[in-house]
Design a binder for this molecule. Structure first.
Ligand code: MLT
Length: 263
């Protein structure tokens, strides 16, 4: 389905029944990365948008600042007549979720941060993003493909190489400028670590045991700064734990959703 949100046509899917969970995808992905979370629909209403310029959403002028993406998400849930939802974000989706918490804390019923971080980039990482954005803009999405191998755990490479191939073929079809604008937006993101102690909704922090981008010890330290947050490591998973090990990921999320106070 498409909705006009803040002047941009955004694509989203909505399973319509259950506890609303807004699922915000990572980079350079789209909402299809949540396809293994269907079993959660036993109790959850999954709302899975493609962020602006990604997947089936329309390309808009960037850079895509996290604050702007957060406002898109808040408007989306308003359009769906929801006061509050659980917000679940993976990596980039986690940056957006934290920006959304800063700007719209009253819209949260709960928070699930998966394979993400609150800090800004190091100067080197920021430089790398600017270089990648320029190359993707000039040469196309092919230049982003090599980066994808390190998103997956050794177990996924060995047992499910089709997941790696599938992501590569999806990214090859993505809009290069959408990816470039997103890199530029992530490079400019604000430090969200100062708000971690001020998060006052039930929070679950999940990390893949083989995640080399947001490793478990860093994610545990992040969880420790959020009052009452639960933390779990997903085995046999790298940076894309919901896709790589959906059984364990979904079990953690289901348990968390079942414990949420009723609205
Ligand atoms: C992601 O998976 O969304 C990316 O690793 C985010 C990033 O590039 O920082």
């Amino acid at each position: 389905m498409y909705l006009q949100i803040r002047g941009v046509e955004l694509y989203y899917e909505d399973t319509e029944r259950g506890i609303p969970v807004l699922c915000i995808h990572g980079f350079p992905m789209d909402s299809s990365m949540w396809r293994n979370q269907r079993p959660l629909t036993s109790i959850a209403r999954l709302i899975t948008p493609d962020l602006r310029g990604q997947g089936r959403s329309v390309l808009a002028e960037g850079p895509y600042l996290m604050e702007s993406l957060a406002d898109d998400m808040a408007d989306l849930i308003t359009h769906l007549n929801l006061d509050r939802t659980v917000v679940m974000g993976l990596s980039l989706g986690g940056y957006v979720a934290l920006a959304m918490y800063v700007r719209h804390p009253e819209r949260f019923h709960g928070l699930i941060l998966s394979n993400t971080r609150a800090e800004v980039d190091t100067p080197e990482a920021r430089e790398g993003r600017l270089r990648l954005a320029m190359r993707v803009h000039r040469e196309g999405t092919q230049v982003a493909l090599n980066y994808l191998d390190e998103l997956f755990s050794p177990a996924t490479h060995a047992d499910h190489p089709e997941l790696v191939d599938d992501l590569k073929s999806r990214v090859a079809q993505a809009h290069p400028d959408g990816l470039a604008w997103m890199q530029l937006g992530m490079a400019q993101r604000q430090d969200a670590s100062r708000i971690l102690p001020a998060i006052h909704v039930p929070t679950l922090v999940l990390c893949g045991e083989d995640d080399v981008i947001t490793p478990p010890e860093k994610m545990r330290a992040m969880a420790d700064r959020i009052p009452g947050a639960q933390f779990a490591v997903i085995p046999r998973a790298g940076h894309l734990s919901p896709l790589e090990n959906p059984d364990d990921f979904n079990r953690e999320v289901l348990t968390f959703l079942q414990q949420l106070p009723k609205k």
